[in-house]
Design a protein around this ligand. Structure first.
Ligand SMILES: Cc1cc2nc3c(=O)[nH]c(=O)nc-3n(C[C@H](O)[C@H](O)[C@H](O)COP(=O)(O)OP(=O)(O)OC[C@H]3O[C@@H](n4cnc5c(N)ncnc54)[C@H](O)[C@@H]3O)c2cc1C
Ligand code: HEM
Length: 488
Protein backbone atom coordinates (compact mmCIF):
# COMPACT_ATOMS: atom_id res chain seq x y z
CA UNK A 1 0.00 0.00 0.00
CA UNK A 2 2.86 2.37 0.86
CA UNK A 3 4.36 1.68 -2.55
CA UNK A 4 1.05 2.42 -4.29
CA UNK A 5 0.73 5.61 -2.23
CA UNK A 6 4.23 6.67 -3.27
CA UNK A 7 3.32 5.96 -6.91
CA UNK A 8 0.23 8.15 -6.60
CA UNK A 9 2.04 10.96 -4.77
CA UNK A 10 3.10 12.63 -8.00
CA UNK A 11 6.80 12.13 -7.23
CA UNK A 12 8.96 11.41 -10.29
CA UNK A 13 9.88 7.75 -9.75
CA UNK A 14 11.69 7.48 -13.07
CA UNK A 15 14.45 9.81 -11.85
CA UNK A 16 14.73 11.24 -15.38
CA UNK A 17 11.68 13.49 -15.50
CA UNK A 18 9.39 10.85 -16.99
CA UNK A 19 10.47 11.27 -20.65
CA UNK A 20 10.82 7.82 -22.19
CA UNK A 21 14.20 7.16 -23.78
CA UNK A 22 16.07 4.32 -25.47
CA UNK A 23 18.72 2.81 -23.22
CA UNK A 24 21.71 0.78 -24.41
CA UNK A 25 23.72 -1.74 -22.37
CA UNK A 26 26.52 0.77 -21.53
CA UNK A 27 24.12 3.37 -20.17
CA UNK A 28 22.22 0.69 -18.24
CA UNK A 29 25.46 -0.59 -16.67
CA UNK A 30 26.18 2.86 -15.21
CA UNK A 31 23.08 2.65 -12.99
CA UNK A 32 24.29 -0.19 -10.82
CA UNK A 33 24.30 1.30 -7.32
CA UNK A 34 21.70 0.96 -4.59
CA UNK A 35 21.05 4.72 -4.73
CA UNK A 36 21.01 4.78 -8.55
CA UNK A 37 19.59 1.48 -9.75
CA UNK A 38 18.16 0.66 -13.17
CA UNK A 39 17.38 -2.74 -14.61
CA UNK A 40 15.81 -4.09 -17.79
CA UNK A 41 13.02 -6.66 -17.89
CA UNK A 42 11.61 -7.94 -21.17
CA UNK A 43 12.62 -4.93 -23.18
CA UNK A 44 11.74 -2.20 -20.68
CA UNK A 45 14.19 -0.29 -18.48
CA UNK A 46 13.03 0.65 -14.96
CA UNK A 47 14.52 2.89 -12.31
CA UNK A 48 14.17 0.58 -9.29
CA UNK A 49 15.96 2.96 -6.85
CA UNK A 50 12.71 4.00 -5.11
CA UNK A 51 11.45 0.36 -5.11
CA UNK A 52 14.56 -0.99 -3.32
CA UNK A 53 13.12 -0.85 0.21
CA UNK A 54 9.71 -2.11 -0.91
CA UNK A 55 10.97 -5.24 -2.68
CA UNK A 56 9.46 -8.21 -0.76
CA UNK A 57 12.55 -10.31 -1.50
CA UNK A 58 14.87 -7.67 0.08
CA UNK A 59 17.35 -5.10 -1.19
CA UNK A 60 20.24 -7.54 -1.66
CA UNK A 61 18.20 -9.78 -3.93
CA UNK A 62 17.01 -6.91 -6.12
CA UNK A 63 20.59 -5.60 -6.28
CA UNK A 64 21.64 -8.80 -8.09
CA UNK A 65 19.81 -7.56 -11.19
CA UNK A 66 20.68 -3.88 -11.30
CA UNK A 67 22.70 -2.37 -14.13
CA UNK A 68 21.82 -5.37 -16.31
CA UNK A 69 19.16 -6.99 -18.43
CA UNK A 70 17.65 -8.93 -15.52
CA UNK A 71 14.97 -10.74 -17.56
CA UNK A 72 16.43 -14.18 -17.05
CA UNK A 73 17.13 -13.71 -13.33
CA UNK A 74 13.68 -12.23 -12.77
CA UNK A 75 11.98 -15.14 -14.57
CA UNK A 76 14.02 -17.70 -12.67
CA UNK A 77 12.91 -16.27 -9.31
CA UNK A 78 9.30 -15.24 -9.92
CA UNK A 79 8.15 -15.17 -13.55
CA UNK A 80 4.57 -14.57 -12.36
CA UNK A 81 5.17 -11.22 -10.62
CA UNK A 82 3.35 -8.31 -12.37
CA UNK A 83 6.50 -6.22 -12.65
CA UNK A 84 5.01 -3.99 -15.37
CA UNK A 85 2.14 -2.95 -13.14
CA UNK A 86 4.25 -2.55 -9.95
CA UNK A 87 6.96 -0.54 -11.73
CA UNK A 88 4.82 1.40 -14.22
CA UNK A 89 5.72 4.74 -12.56
CA UNK A 90 9.45 3.84 -12.75
CA UNK A 91 9.64 3.26 -16.51
CA UNK A 92 12.72 4.92 -18.01
CA UNK A 93 12.26 3.64 -21.58
CA UNK A 94 12.97 0.80 -24.00
CA UNK A 95 16.02 -1.38 -23.75
CA UNK A 96 18.03 -1.42 -27.01
CA UNK A 97 20.63 -4.15 -26.83
CA UNK A 98 23.39 -4.19 -29.48
CA UNK A 99 22.32 -5.94 -32.68
CA UNK A 100 22.69 -9.68 -32.36
CA UNK A 101 21.88 -9.54 -28.65
CA UNK A 102 18.49 -9.85 -27.09
CA UNK A 103 17.60 -13.35 -28.27
CA UNK A 104 15.34 -15.50 -26.14
CA UNK A 105 14.86 -15.24 -23.22
CA UNK A 106 15.87 -11.56 -22.99
CA UNK A 107 14.14 -10.40 -26.15
CA UNK A 108 11.24 -8.02 -25.64
CA UNK A 109 9.09 -10.44 -27.59
CA UNK A 110 9.73 -13.35 -25.32
CA UNK A 111 6.52 -14.30 -23.67
CA UNK A 112 3.47 -15.04 -25.72
CA UNK A 113 5.28 -13.95 -28.90
CA UNK A 114 7.50 -16.96 -29.36
CA UNK A 115 4.77 -19.21 -28.02
CA UNK A 116 2.86 -18.64 -31.23
CA UNK A 117 4.69 -19.91 -34.23
CA UNK A 118 3.13 -18.05 -37.17
CA UNK A 119 2.67 -14.38 -38.02
CA UNK A 120 -1.11 -14.96 -38.35
CA UNK A 121 -1.25 -16.39 -34.86
CA UNK A 122 0.68 -13.43 -33.50
CA UNK A 123 -1.67 -10.97 -35.19
CA UNK A 124 -4.72 -12.87 -34.00
CA UNK A 125 -3.47 -12.67 -30.43
CA UNK A 126 -2.29 -9.06 -30.62
CA UNK A 127 1.24 -10.01 -29.68
CA UNK A 128 3.40 -6.94 -29.36
CA UNK A 129 0.38 -4.79 -28.60
CA UNK A 130 -0.97 -6.56 -25.55
CA UNK A 131 1.03 -7.27 -22.43
CA UNK A 132 0.06 -10.43 -20.55
CA UNK A 133 -1.97 -8.25 -18.17
CA UNK A 134 -4.19 -6.71 -20.88
CA UNK A 135 -5.58 -9.61 -22.93
CA UNK A 136 -8.98 -9.88 -24.58
CA UNK A 137 -11.77 -10.63 -22.08
CA UNK A 138 -12.94 -14.13 -21.19
CA UNK A 139 -10.19 -15.95 -23.05
CA UNK A 140 -7.78 -17.95 -20.97
CA UNK A 141 -4.83 -15.59 -20.58
CA UNK A 142 -1.43 -17.14 -20.61
CA UNK A 143 2.20 -16.46 -21.17
CA UNK A 144 5.29 -18.59 -21.34
CA UNK A 145 8.95 -18.39 -20.39
CA UNK A 146 11.82 -20.66 -21.14
CA UNK A 147 15.20 -21.55 -19.80
CA UNK A 148 17.75 -24.05 -21.08
CA UNK A 149 16.17 -27.07 -19.35
CA UNK A 150 12.65 -25.92 -18.58
CA UNK A 151 9.72 -23.93 -19.85
CA UNK A 152 6.80 -22.49 -17.95
CA UNK A 153 3.28 -21.71 -19.04
CA UNK A 154 1.64 -19.18 -16.73
CA UNK A 155 -2.17 -19.25 -16.79
CA UNK A 156 -3.93 -16.09 -15.65
CA UNK A 157 -7.14 -17.49 -14.15
CA UNK A 158 -10.18 -15.70 -12.73
CA UNK A 159 -10.19 -17.39 -9.32
CA UNK A 160 -7.62 -18.63 -6.83
CA UNK A 161 -7.15 -22.41 -6.85
CA UNK A 162 -9.12 -23.22 -10.03
CA UNK A 163 -9.58 -26.80 -11.17
CA UNK A 164 -6.96 -27.54 -13.82
CA UNK A 165 -6.64 -30.69 -15.92
CA UNK A 166 -3.43 -31.40 -17.81
CA UNK A 167 -3.10 -34.06 -20.52
CA UNK A 168 0.05 -34.86 -22.48
CA UNK A 169 -0.21 -37.02 -25.61
CA UNK A 170 1.89 -40.14 -26.04
CA UNK A 171 4.38 -38.26 -28.21
CA UNK A 172 5.02 -36.02 -25.17
CA UNK A 173 4.42 -32.90 -27.32
CA UNK A 174 0.65 -32.64 -27.55
CA UNK A 175 -0.44 -30.67 -24.48
CA UNK A 176 -4.07 -30.03 -23.52
CA UNK A 177 -4.91 -27.72 -20.61
CA UNK A 178 -8.44 -27.38 -19.26
CA UNK A 179 -9.23 -24.75 -16.65
CA UNK A 180 -12.63 -25.04 -15.04
CA UNK A 181 -13.89 -22.05 -13.07
CA UNK A 182 -16.99 -19.90 -12.73
CA UNK A 183 -19.10 -22.41 -14.67
CA UNK A 184 -16.85 -22.40 -17.73
CA UNK A 185 -14.19 -24.66 -19.14
CA UNK A 186 -11.40 -22.81 -20.90
CA UNK A 187 -9.13 -25.00 -22.95
CA UNK A 188 -5.75 -24.54 -24.53
CA UNK A 189 -4.42 -27.15 -26.95
CA UNK A 190 -0.78 -26.78 -27.89
CA UNK A 191 1.58 -28.80 -30.03
CA UNK A 192 4.86 -28.09 -28.28
CA UNK A 193 8.02 -27.41 -30.27
CA UNK A 194 9.75 -30.40 -28.71
CA UNK A 195 8.93 -33.17 -26.28
CA UNK A 196 8.84 -32.78 -22.54
CA UNK A 197 9.13 -35.12 -19.59
CA UNK A 198 5.93 -36.41 -17.98
CA UNK A 199 4.55 -35.18 -15.62
CA UNK A 200 4.87 -31.39 -15.75
CA UNK A 201 4.44 -29.66 -12.38
CA UNK A 202 1.52 -27.37 -11.62
CA UNK A 203 2.10 -24.60 -9.10
CA UNK A 204 -0.59 -22.36 -7.69
CA UNK A 205 1.06 -18.99 -7.16
CA UNK A 206 0.23 -17.94 -3.58
CA UNK A 207 -2.02 -14.93 -3.15
CA UNK A 208 -2.91 -14.73 -6.82
CA UNK A 209 -5.07 -16.42 -9.41
CA UNK A 210 -2.04 -17.38 -11.50
CA UNK A 211 -1.12 -20.99 -12.09
CA UNK A 212 2.27 -21.98 -13.44
CA UNK A 213 2.80 -25.21 -15.38
CA UNK A 214 6.48 -26.08 -15.29
CA UNK A 215 7.65 -28.23 -18.19
CA UNK A 216 10.93 -30.14 -18.17
CA UNK A 217 12.39 -30.40 -21.66
CA UNK A 218 13.40 -33.92 -22.72
CA UNK A 219 16.52 -32.43 -24.29
CA UNK A 220 17.97 -29.15 -22.90
CA UNK A 221 18.34 -26.27 -25.34
CA UNK A 222 16.43 -23.24 -26.56
CA UNK A 223 13.35 -23.76 -28.67
CA UNK A 224 12.93 -21.56 -31.75
CA UNK A 225 9.23 -21.27 -31.00
CA UNK A 226 7.28 -22.73 -28.18
CA UNK A 227 5.00 -24.55 -30.60
CA UNK A 228 1.64 -24.19 -32.32
CA UNK A 229 -1.57 -23.21 -30.66
CA UNK A 230 -3.93 -25.83 -32.12
CA UNK A 231 -7.10 -24.62 -30.46
CA UNK A 232 -8.39 -22.46 -27.65
CA UNK A 233 -11.97 -22.67 -26.46
CA UNK A 234 -14.27 -21.37 -23.83
CA UNK A 235 -17.40 -23.44 -23.24
CA UNK A 236 -20.00 -23.36 -20.47
CA UNK A 237 -19.65 -26.29 -18.12
CA UNK A 238 -22.80 -27.22 -16.31
CA UNK A 239 -22.51 -30.98 -16.07
CA UNK A 240 -20.06 -33.35 -14.46
CA UNK A 241 -17.61 -35.26 -16.62
CA UNK A 242 -16.67 -38.77 -15.56
CA UNK A 243 -13.25 -40.33 -16.19
CA UNK A 244 -11.99 -43.82 -15.65
CA UNK A 245 -9.31 -43.94 -12.94
CA UNK A 246 -7.13 -46.79 -11.73
CA UNK A 247 -6.49 -47.67 -8.09
CA UNK A 248 -2.77 -47.03 -7.90
CA UNK A 249 -2.22 -47.68 -4.20
CA UNK A 250 -4.13 -48.30 -0.99
CA UNK A 251 -3.15 -47.14 2.51
CA UNK A 252 -4.82 -48.12 5.76
CA UNK A 253 -5.80 -45.23 8.08
CA UNK A 254 -7.59 -47.13 10.87
CA UNK A 255 -9.85 -50.15 11.38
CA UNK A 256 -12.55 -48.88 8.98
CA UNK A 257 -10.91 -46.19 6.84
CA UNK A 258 -8.55 -46.40 3.88
CA UNK A 259 -6.91 -43.97 1.51
CA UNK A 260 -7.21 -44.92 -2.17
CA UNK A 261 -4.63 -43.31 -4.47
CA UNK A 262 -6.14 -42.99 -7.96
CA UNK A 263 -4.51 -42.16 -11.29
CA UNK A 264 -5.86 -41.52 -14.78
CA UNK A 265 -5.35 -44.25 -17.38
CA UNK A 266 -3.35 -41.94 -19.69
CA UNK A 267 -0.89 -39.07 -19.12
CA UNK A 268 -3.44 -36.87 -17.36
CA UNK A 269 -3.64 -35.25 -13.97
CA UNK A 270 -6.03 -32.75 -12.43
CA UNK A 271 -6.34 -30.56 -9.37
CA UNK A 272 -9.32 -30.17 -7.06
CA UNK A 273 -10.03 -26.73 -5.58
CA UNK A 274 -10.02 -26.47 -1.78
CA UNK A 275 -13.20 -27.89 -0.24
CA UNK A 276 -14.53 -29.28 -3.52
CA UNK A 277 -15.38 -32.94 -3.96
CA UNK A 278 -15.65 -35.56 -6.70
CA UNK A 279 -18.28 -38.23 -7.22
CA UNK A 280 -17.60 -41.94 -7.57
CA UNK A 281 -20.24 -43.99 -9.36
CA UNK A 282 -20.94 -47.66 -9.84
CA UNK A 283 -23.83 -49.83 -10.97
CA UNK A 284 -25.35 -52.16 -8.33
CA UNK A 285 -28.06 -54.60 -9.52
CA UNK A 286 -28.70 -52.47 -12.60
CA UNK A 287 -28.99 -49.25 -10.60
CA UNK A 288 -26.38 -46.52 -10.83
CA UNK A 289 -25.29 -45.22 -7.41
CA UNK A 290 -22.96 -42.26 -6.85
CA UNK A 291 -21.46 -40.77 -3.69
CA UNK A 292 -19.29 -37.74 -2.94
CA UNK A 293 -15.68 -37.90 -1.68
CA UNK A 294 -13.33 -35.01 -0.95
CA UNK A 295 -9.78 -35.51 -2.28
CA UNK A 296 -7.10 -34.90 0.34
CA UNK A 297 -3.32 -34.43 0.35
CA UNK A 298 -1.40 -37.50 1.35
CA UNK A 299 0.01 -35.68 4.36
CA UNK A 300 -1.05 -32.60 6.29
CA UNK A 301 2.36 -32.10 7.82
CA UNK A 302 4.43 -31.95 4.62
CA UNK A 303 1.78 -31.51 1.91
CA UNK A 304 4.11 -30.10 -0.73
CA UNK A 305 7.02 -32.52 -0.53
CA UNK A 306 4.80 -35.60 -0.36
CA UNK A 307 2.60 -34.53 -3.20
CA UNK A 308 2.49 -36.61 -6.38
CA UNK A 309 0.26 -34.51 -8.61
CA UNK A 310 -0.68 -37.40 -10.87
CA UNK A 311 -2.54 -39.05 -7.98
CA UNK A 312 -5.86 -38.19 -6.35
CA UNK A 313 -6.19 -39.43 -2.77
CA UNK A 314 -9.63 -40.36 -1.43
CA UNK A 315 -10.03 -41.10 2.28
CA UNK A 316 -12.97 -43.51 2.48
CA UNK A 317 -14.67 -44.72 5.63
CA UNK A 318 -16.38 -48.06 5.21
CA UNK A 319 -19.95 -48.31 6.49
CA UNK A 320 -20.80 -52.02 6.93
CA UNK A 321 -24.26 -51.44 5.48
CA UNK A 322 -23.10 -48.72 3.10
CA UNK A 323 -23.41 -49.56 -0.57
CA UNK A 324 -20.66 -47.57 -2.22
CA UNK A 325 -18.26 -47.21 0.71
CA UNK A 326 -18.06 -50.96 1.33
CA UNK A 327 -17.59 -51.55 -2.42
CA UNK A 328 -14.80 -48.96 -2.49
CA UNK A 329 -13.19 -50.46 0.60
CA UNK A 330 -12.97 -53.84 -1.15
CA UNK A 331 -11.16 -52.48 -4.24
CA UNK A 332 -7.69 -53.80 -5.09
CA UNK A 333 -4.73 -52.19 -6.81
CA UNK A 334 -5.30 -51.81 -10.60
CA UNK A 335 -9.12 -51.87 -10.26
CA UNK A 336 -10.88 -49.22 -12.35
CA UNK A 337 -13.30 -46.63 -10.92
CA UNK A 338 -15.45 -43.94 -12.51
CA UNK A 339 -14.72 -40.56 -10.95
CA UNK A 340 -16.29 -37.19 -11.78
CA UNK A 341 -14.75 -33.79 -12.31
CA UNK A 342 -14.71 -31.68 -9.09
CA UNK A 343 -17.76 -29.77 -7.90
CA UNK A 344 -18.45 -27.50 -4.94
CA UNK A 345 -19.46 -23.99 -4.05
CA UNK A 346 -16.64 -22.94 -1.73
CA UNK A 347 -14.47 -20.00 -2.89
CA UNK A 348 -11.30 -19.16 -0.97
CA UNK A 349 -12.01 -15.45 -1.58
CA UNK A 350 -14.43 -15.47 1.39
CA UNK A 351 -11.35 -15.76 3.63
CA UNK A 352 -10.01 -12.32 2.73
CA UNK A 353 -9.01 -10.53 5.96
CA UNK A 354 -10.08 -13.48 8.14
CA UNK A 355 -7.18 -14.10 10.46
CA UNK A 356 -8.69 -16.88 12.58
CA UNK A 357 -10.21 -20.09 11.22
CA UNK A 358 -12.41 -22.36 13.35
CA UNK A 359 -13.09 -25.81 11.91
CA UNK A 360 -15.82 -28.11 13.27
CA UNK A 361 -15.68 -31.59 11.78
CA UNK A 362 -17.44 -34.84 12.62
CA UNK A 363 -16.19 -38.22 11.32
CA UNK A 364 -15.32 -38.11 7.62
CA UNK A 365 -16.44 -34.47 7.65
CA UNK A 366 -12.74 -34.10 8.39
CA UNK A 367 -11.74 -34.59 4.73
CA UNK A 368 -12.58 -31.07 3.41
CA UNK A 369 -10.81 -29.63 6.46
CA UNK A 370 -7.53 -31.15 5.25
CA UNK A 371 -7.55 -28.89 2.19
CA UNK A 372 -8.65 -25.86 4.23
CA UNK A 373 -5.83 -26.38 6.75
CA UNK A 374 -3.21 -26.76 4.00
CA UNK A 375 -4.50 -23.68 2.23
CA UNK A 376 -4.60 -21.60 5.43
CA UNK A 377 -1.08 -22.66 6.39
CA UNK A 378 0.49 -21.66 3.13
CA UNK A 379 -1.38 -18.37 2.80
CA UNK A 380 -1.85 -15.97 1.87
CA UNK A 381 -5.19 -14.20 1.99
CA UNK A 382 -5.47 -12.37 5.28
CA UNK A 383 -2.29 -14.00 6.67
CA UNK A 384 -3.99 -16.46 8.98
CA UNK A 385 -2.78 -16.41 12.62
CA UNK A 386 -4.94 -19.15 14.13
CA UNK A 387 -6.36 -22.46 12.85
CA UNK A 388 -8.47 -24.27 15.45
CA UNK A 389 -9.92 -27.72 14.67
CA UNK A 390 -12.61 -29.24 16.89
CA UNK A 391 -13.01 -32.85 15.83
CA UNK A 392 -16.03 -34.92 16.90
CA UNK A 393 -15.89 -38.72 16.89
CA UNK A 394 -17.45 -41.65 18.70
CA UNK A 395 -14.37 -43.29 20.22
CA UNK A 396 -10.63 -42.65 20.19
CA UNK A 397 -10.01 -45.30 17.55
CA UNK A 398 -12.37 -43.47 15.17
CA UNK A 399 -10.19 -40.32 15.11
CA UNK A 400 -8.75 -40.03 11.61
CA UNK A 401 -5.07 -39.07 11.30
CA UNK A 402 -4.74 -38.55 15.08
CA UNK A 403 -0.93 -38.80 14.91
CA UNK A 404 -0.73 -36.57 11.83
CA UNK A 405 -2.76 -33.94 13.68
CA UNK A 406 -0.45 -34.17 16.72
CA UNK A 407 2.60 -33.76 14.49
CA UNK A 408 1.02 -30.71 12.91
CA UNK A 409 0.34 -29.16 16.35
CA UNK A 410 4.07 -29.60 17.11
CA UNK A 411 5.13 -28.18 13.78
CA UNK A 412 2.83 -25.16 13.38
CA UNK A 413 2.11 -23.04 16.47
CA UNK A 414 -0.94 -21.52 14.77
CA UNK A 415 -2.67 -24.89 14.66
CA UNK A 416 -4.60 -26.42 17.60
CA UNK A 417 -6.84 -29.47 17.79
CA UNK A 418 -9.50 -30.43 20.37
CA UNK A 419 -11.03 -33.90 20.20
CA UNK A 420 -14.58 -34.44 21.43
CA UNK A 421 -15.75 -38.05 21.90
CA UNK A 422 -19.37 -39.13 22.28
CA UNK A 423 -18.60 -42.68 23.46
CA UNK A 424 -15.22 -42.29 25.16
CA UNK A 425 -13.97 -44.95 27.56
CA UNK A 426 -12.91 -44.10 31.13
CA UNK A 427 -9.24 -43.51 30.16
CA UNK A 428 -10.14 -40.52 27.95
CA UNK A 429 -9.12 -37.20 29.53
CA UNK A 430 -10.29 -34.90 26.71
CA UNK A 431 -13.68 -33.35 25.92
CA UNK A 432 -16.79 -35.52 25.88
CA UNK A 433 -20.27 -35.23 24.45
CA UNK A 434 -21.84 -33.91 21.26
CA UNK A 435 -21.98 -30.49 19.68
CA UNK A 436 -24.03 -27.97 21.70
CA UNK A 437 -24.01 -24.25 22.53
CA UNK A 438 -21.78 -24.57 25.58
CA UNK A 439 -19.18 -26.61 23.72
CA UNK A 440 -19.18 -24.22 20.79
CA UNK A 441 -18.73 -21.19 23.07
CA UNK A 442 -15.72 -22.90 24.69
CA UNK A 443 -14.06 -23.23 21.26
CA UNK A 444 -15.08 -20.04 19.49
CA UNK A 445 -15.51 -16.36 20.47
CA UNK A 446 -18.96 -14.83 19.92
CA UNK A 447 -19.31 -12.53 16.94
CA UNK A 448 -20.00 -8.91 17.78
CA UNK A 449 -21.75 -7.31 14.76
CA UNK A 450 -20.04 -3.97 15.53
CA UNK A 451 -16.54 -5.45 15.18
CA UNK A 452 -14.65 -6.03 11.96
CA UNK A 453 -15.06 -9.80 11.32
CA UNK A 454 -11.79 -11.64 11.84
CA UNK A 455 -12.96 -15.24 12.30
CA UNK A 456 -14.28 -17.64 9.67
CA UNK A 457 -15.94 -20.95 10.57
CA UNK A 458 -16.12 -24.22 8.61
CA UNK A 459 -18.53 -27.03 9.41
CA UNK A 460 -18.70 -30.54 7.96
CA UNK A 461 -20.23 -33.79 9.13
CA UNK A 462 -23.50 -35.73 8.98
CA UNK A 463 -26.49 -33.58 8.01
CA UNK A 464 -27.86 -33.38 11.59
CA UNK A 465 -24.46 -32.23 12.93
CA UNK A 466 -24.08 -29.60 10.21
CA UNK A 467 -27.60 -28.21 10.66
CA UNK A 468 -27.31 -28.06 14.43
CA UNK A 469 -23.90 -26.36 14.34
CA UNK A 470 -25.07 -23.86 11.71
CA UNK A 471 -28.04 -22.93 13.94
CA UNK A 472 -25.82 -22.50 17.02
CA UNK A 473 -23.46 -20.25 15.06
CA UNK A 474 -26.36 -17.99 14.13
CA UNK A 475 -27.27 -17.70 17.82
CA UNK A 476 -23.66 -16.66 18.52
CA UNK A 477 -23.96 -13.79 16.04
CA UNK A 478 -22.35 -15.40 12.99
CA UNK A 479 -23.99 -14.60 9.66
CA UNK A 480 -23.85 -16.77 6.54
CA UNK A 481 -20.90 -14.65 5.36
CA UNK A 482 -18.92 -15.81 8.41
CA UNK A 483 -19.18 -19.57 7.95
CA UNK A 484 -19.33 -22.29 5.32
CA UNK A 485 -20.96 -25.72 5.65
CA UNK A 486 -19.62 -28.36 3.28
CA UNK A 487 -22.51 -30.37 1.87
CA UNK A 488 -23.26 -32.49 -1.18
C1 LIG B 1 -19.72 -33.26 -0.07
C2 LIG B 1 -19.47 -34.62 0.56
C3 LIG B 1 -18.17 -35.05 0.72
C4 LIG B 1 -17.92 -36.31 1.29
N1 LIG B 1 -16.62 -36.72 1.45
C5 LIG B 1 -16.38 -37.94 1.99
C6 LIG B 1 -15.03 -38.41 2.15
O1 LIG B 1 -14.06 -37.72 1.81
N2 LIG B 1 -14.86 -39.64 2.70
C7 LIG B 1 -15.91 -40.43 3.09
O2 LIG B 1 -15.69 -41.56 3.57
N3 LIG B 1 -17.18 -40.02 2.92
C8 LIG B 1 -17.45 -38.81 2.38
N4 LIG B 1 -18.74 -38.41 2.21
C9 LIG B 1 -19.84 -39.36 2.50
C10 LIG B 1 -20.05 -40.30 1.28
O3 LIG B 1 -20.52 -39.52 0.18
C11 LIG B 1 -21.08 -41.39 1.50
O4 LIG B 1 -22.24 -40.84 2.05
C12 LIG B 1 -20.56 -42.49 2.41
O5 LIG B 1 -19.40 -43.10 1.85
C13 LIG B 1 -21.60 -43.57 2.61
O6 LIG B 1 -22.04 -44.02 1.37
P1 LIG B 1 -22.57 -45.53 1.20
O7 LIG B 1 -23.13 -45.67 -0.16
O8 LIG B 1 -21.53 -46.49 1.60
O9 LIG B 1 -23.72 -45.60 2.32
P2 LIG B 1 -25.29 -45.62 2.08
O10 LIG B 1 -25.65 -46.87 1.38
O11 LIG B 1 -25.72 -44.34 1.51
O12 LIG B 1 -25.78 -45.69 3.61
C14 LIG B 1 -25.66 -46.87 4.40
C15 LIG B 1 -25.62 -46.61 5.91
O13 LIG B 1 -24.54 -45.74 6.26
C16 LIG B 1 -25.04 -44.60 6.98
N5 LIG B 1 -24.34 -43.45 6.48
C17 LIG B 1 -24.18 -43.10 5.19
N6 LIG B 1 -23.45 -41.98 5.07
C18 LIG B 1 -23.14 -41.60 6.31
C19 LIG B 1 -22.38 -40.53 6.83
N7 LIG B 1 -21.77 -39.62 6.03
N8 LIG B 1 -22.26 -40.45 8.17
C20 LIG B 1 -22.84 -41.37 8.96
N9 LIG B 1 -23.57 -42.41 8.53
C21 LIG B 1 -23.71 -42.53 7.22
C22 LIG B 1 -26.48 -44.50 6.66
O14 LIG B 1 -27.20 -43.92 7.71
C23 LIG B 1 -26.86 -45.95 6.46
O15 LIG B 1 -27.14 -46.56 7.69
C24 LIG B 1 -19.01 -37.15 1.69
C25 LIG B 1 -20.31 -36.70 1.51
C26 LIG B 1 -20.55 -35.47 0.97
C27 LIG B 1 -21.96 -35.02 0.79
C1 HEM C 1 15.91 -9.19 -10.85
C2 HEM C 1 16.29 -9.37 -9.66
C3 HEM C 1 15.37 -9.87 -8.58
C4 HEM C 1 15.66 -10.86 -7.71
C5 HEM C 1 16.95 -11.67 -7.64
C6 HEM C 1 14.51 -11.02 -6.87
C7 HEM C 1 14.42 -11.93 -5.85
C8 HEM C 1 13.32 -12.13 -5.06
C9 HEM C 1 13.23 -13.09 -4.00
C10 HEM C 1 14.34 -14.04 -3.55
C11 HEM C 1 12.00 -12.99 -3.48
C12 HEM C 1 11.44 -13.76 -2.28
C13 HEM C 1 10.68 -14.96 -2.70
C14 HEM C 1 10.07 -15.63 -1.48
O1 HEM C 1 9.94 -15.01 -0.41
O2 HEM C 1 9.73 -16.80 -1.63
C15 HEM C 1 11.28 -12.00 -4.22
C16 HEM C 1 9.96 -11.68 -3.99
C17 HEM C 1 9.30 -10.72 -4.72
N1 HEM C 1 9.83 -9.89 -5.67
FE1 HEM C 1 11.68 -9.98 -6.44
N2 HEM C 1 13.55 -10.15 -7.23
C18 HEM C 1 14.03 -9.40 -8.29
C19 HEM C 1 13.38 -8.39 -8.96
C20 HEM C 1 12.10 -7.98 -8.68
C21 HEM C 1 11.42 -6.90 -9.34
C22 HEM C 1 12.02 -6.04 -10.45
C23 HEM C 1 10.18 -6.82 -8.79
C24 HEM C 1 9.05 -5.86 -9.07
C25 HEM C 1 8.56 -5.50 -10.00
C26 HEM C 1 10.06 -7.85 -7.82
C27 HEM C 1 8.94 -8.08 -7.08
C28 HEM C 1 8.82 -9.07 -6.14
C29 HEM C 1 7.58 -9.41 -5.47
C30 HEM C 1 6.21 -8.77 -5.68
C31 HEM C 1 7.88 -10.46 -4.60
C32 HEM C 1 6.90 -11.21 -3.70
C33 HEM C 1 6.44 -12.37 -4.56
C34 HEM C 1 5.47 -13.31 -3.90
O3 HEM C 1 5.24 -13.25 -2.68
O4 HEM C 1 4.95 -14.20 -4.66
N3 HEM C 1 11.24 -8.53 -7.76
N4 HEM C 1 12.11 -11.48 -5.16
Amino acid sequence: MDWIRLGNSGADLTGVGGRLQDVGPEQLAQHCRRDDAWLAIRGNVYNVTPYMNFHPGGVEELERGIGTDATKLFSQVHAWVNYDSILKKCLVGRYRPRSGEGSSPTSPEVGLGVFLATKEEKEKHNVGRNTPTQPPPRKLRYDWYEQEERGSIVLYCQTQEPSVKVTLGEDNKDLLLLVCEKGEIQSLHILLENDIVWPPRLIQIPNSSKVELQLKKSKPGHWKTFGHLLQENNVPSTCLHYSKMKVNNIFSVNYNTKILALSYLDQTFSTTPVGHHVRVRNVFDGEEIERCYTPICKSMVEPQSEEDQTLIYLMVKKYETGLLSSWLASRSIDDILEVSSPEGSFQTSCLINRKELYLFAAGTGFTPMVGVINFARKIVIGKCTKISLTFFNRTEKDILWKDELERLVQKDSRFTVSHVLSEADETWTGLRGRVDGELLRSQLPSRNPQDEPKAFVFVCGPTAFTQLTGGLLTVMGYTNKDYHCFQG
